[in-house]
Design a protein around this ligand. Structure first.
Ligand code: FAD
Length: 418
């Protein structure tokens, strides 16, 4: 895909004011009352690392993948699971990581979330073999890239009834099928893929396997998704790909359980990215309008400008409190894996994803409108924020599917008084 960097028309003084370092400063003011001292210390260190080590290497006209090793070097590919000597980890830290990286570069965070969190979490939880441990280390270093293959051409929301076939053999299985919308797929070294040995019984026969780029029968192609031009999203073709036993993450039936328990972590980190998009947009609008003058006045001084920003800021603080709460709930989910609690937690994270991903789009769109023409150029990150905000409602399951999950738990609650 072709990228180009356009002409700079942003006022030099405003360009200086709106730089990431200042966006982080304002962000931290909002975040300070919402998080603990330890979380705040983590956030400040992370921002320092991102500003010093990552931002100077970012080129918005180039794909994001060369930046992943820089995140790996700081042990920032994910923060959900303990890795190496990290002191701070857990879902609340993962949410802060997603917010801070998104503010820096929303496309980089999308690629990171898929490789660093959605790909590695099943390896942390279920990967027992030496080979899987090696793969985990490689992906956490950012040097190798992971992706996840669930969605098929005919099976989107109804992913359970997948058509990808697993053939069982004594020492290995083979996998055959087509997956689409694989984020990172065309660039990936490793693929977590799901398939079933009996399409009439997907729950009882689903496998979760790790495919390696070199395995014979694997082919990837890129889809034309123009809203995130620096991230490759593709089709993954598997033609009788042979998977050795050591690469089976979830055997017959276990694959289904792993798929569903993994979706909560996926939704939670998407909540973090959505909040990051909102904060990036709103703070950019805040700083820009506080410096841009029209009619001899800073435009922020017009109530028609400052009131919508204040209204969105109030909603965003509320959504951030809710988002952080999904981080605390996630810990309970691990501590109480009984079915009732899993259902509650799935619904809680779905409800929060509905709120946060819709708000991301509204904050990005409204902030762009509030700033005017320059916000449509590549001089500000607002157009990127608008484009990526649209994906947040679809990835990890559409708005309707999240609502379906919430409504089924509500139905259960109502049974108490039937
Ligand atoms: C940019 C991008 C990145 C993605 N990354 C990945 C990835 O890395 N790996 C992966 O496996 N997948 C990925 N996906 C796929 C994503 O998870 C699916 O697009 C999503 O689950 C919806 O499936 P679908 O597109 O087939 O829509 P469909 O399932 O065909 O849905 C079409 C419409 O019908 C609605 N609908 C469907 N069923 C119901 C129902 N029961 N009740 C009410 N409404 C319903 C949906 O909400 C939607 O509005 C990605 C998608 C995009 C766009």
């Amino acid at each position: 895909m072709e990228y180009f960097k356009g002409l700079e028309i942003l006022d030099k003084e405003i360009k200086e004011k709106v730089k990431t370092e200042h966006v982080y400063k304002v962000f931290n003011q909002f975040m300070r009352p919402l998080i603990t001292n330890e979380e705040f210390a983590f956030l400040e260190n992370l921002e320092k690392y991102l500003l010093e080590e990552v931002e100077p290497k970012i080129n918005f006209a180039k794909s994001v993948y060369e930046l992943l090793p820089l995140l790996g070097k700081g042990n920032y590919m994910q923060r959900l699971n303990k890795h190496g000597d990290m002191k701070y980890y857990g879902m609340r830290y993962e949410l802060l990581l997603a917010m801070a990286i998104t503010i820096l570069d929303p496309e980089l965070d999308l690629a990171r979330v898929v490789s660093g969190l959605i790909f590695t979490n099943p390896l942390f939880l279920h990967g027992k073999t030496n080979r899987l441990n090696t793969i985990l280390e490689e992906v956490l270093s950012g040097e190798k890239i992971g992706c996840i293959c669930i969605t098929e051409r005919t099976q989107g929301s109804d992913a359970v009834n997948m058509k990808t076939l697993i053939e069982e053999h004594e020492d290995y299985v083979t996998i055959t099928g087509e997956k689409i919308f694989t984020t990172n797929g065309p660039k990936a070294d490793y693929f977590i893929a799901y398939g079933v040995s009996d399409i009439e019984d997907p729950r009882g026969t689903m496998y979760q396997v790790v495919i390696e780029r070199e395995f014979e029968g694997l082919k990837t192609s890129r889809l034309g998704i123009h809203s995130v031009p620096r991230v490759d999203i593709g089709q993954t073709m598997m033609n009788s790909v042979k998977i050795p036993k050591e690469n089976i993450l979830g055997g017959k039936g276990q694959g289904y359980k792993n798929l569903f328990s993994g979706l909560v972590a996926e939704r939670d980190t998407i909540i973090g990215s959505s909040l990051g998009i909102s904060w990036l947009s709103l703070i950019t609008a805040l700083i820009y309008t506080n410096n841009r003058k029209q009619f001899n006045k800073k435009v922020y001084k017009f109530q028609a400008v400052s009131f919508p920003i204040a209204t969105l800021a109030s909603e965003l603080v509320a959504a951030t409190v809710l988002g952080l709460r999904t981080g605390s709930e996630y810990r309970k989910f691990l501590e109480h894996p009984e079915f009732k609690f899993i259902r509650y937690n799935a619904a809680f994270s779905s409800g929060a994803k509905i709120v946060c991903s819709r708000l991301a789009h509204r904050c990005a769109y409204e902030s762009q409108h509030i700033c005017g023409g320059v916000a449509f150029t590549d001089n500000l990150k607002l157009e990127k924020a608008v484009q990526i905000s649209k994906l947040q409602e679809v990835i990890g399951g559409t708005r309707n599917i999240q609502t379906l999950l919430v409504s089924s738990v509500i139905k259960n609650i109502l049974k108490q008084i039937e």
